[in-house]
Design a protein around this ligand. Structure first.
Ligand SMILES: [Zn+2]
Length: 235
């Protein structure tokens, strides 16, 4: 997994968050050392919103309205089915707080899901890991509003989820469906505002996922908590 953020503060300033999921190893560059365990009680925390907000420098990114309109850039049944399953899992897990709608009008979509073949990481970076996908999100300041960042003063183009189909090549057929669905489900988590990762491998939003990953109570608590916050940037 890698995640990078760049900032350029001028009148045309933009911010870009790139996050990616690794199926084998975690390469998130921005994960801060926040542990899943409470330092005093030693118990696992109920959520990891503090980690997410550390990665976004305290800013809350989330949707204002549901459902989130998604354009699936594929006619392949396997790929479309995986998307629909991922939509359902988020919807059911959050009791309808989060919902997605597949739309045929690409221009109306707020999230585009693409199926691509991303290049292998270089040996120096990869330790043989391959990325399952990543979510690209940009937002642009409008004129002369720095340094305040208010949701009415930024423009956020549709987010782009790129699912790396190369990551499935080495997977047995029995795992393929689950890996694909979990990659998409994880990336949708980024798309709805979870712009960082959980440090706990039991959570779907951990940088390291596999065919057995699934939304955990901590994932769901985190997204519920996020959506109770006032947004700094509406997606
Ligand atoms: Zn990720």
């Amino acid at each position: 997994m890698n995640m990078a953020q760049n900032y350029r503060d001028n009148r045309t300033a933009w911010r870009r968050c790139v996050s990616a999921i690794a199926l084998a190893m975690c390469f998130c560059l921005n994960i801060v050392g926040v542990q899943a365990l409470d330092s005093e009680s030693g118990a696992k925390r109920d959520d990891y919103l503090d980690t997410i907000l550390t990665d976004t420098k305290g800013k809350v990114f989330r949707y204002e309205r549901m459902p989130v309109q998604v354009f699936i850039e594929s006619q392949q049944l396997e790929e479309r089915d995986a998307c629909e399953q991922a939509f359902s899992l988020w919807h059911e897990g959050t009791d309808g707080l989060i919902s997605f709608e597949s739309v045929s009008d690409k221009a109306a979509a707020r999230v585009l899901i693409k199926f691509v073949s991303l290049p292998q990481r270089t040996e120096a970076l990869s330790n043989t890991a391959s990325d399952g996908g990543h979510t690209l999100m940009e937002w642009h300041f409008r004129k002369r509003v720095l340094p305040f960042v208010g949701h009415r003063r930024v423009r956020v183009p549709p987010q782009i989820v790129e699912v790396n189909m190369s990551a499935l090549d080495a997977r047995p057929t029995s795992q393929r469906t689950f890996v694909l669905r979990n990659i998409i489900e994880h990336e949708l988590g980024h798309a709805i505002g979870l712009l960082g990762h959980s440090p706990d491998p039991d959570d779907l939003m951990c940088a390291k996922t596999d065919e057995n990953s699934k939304l955990s109570p901590r994932d769901l608590n985190t997204v519920r908590k996020l959506y109770r916050h006032k947004a700094d940037v509406y997606l």
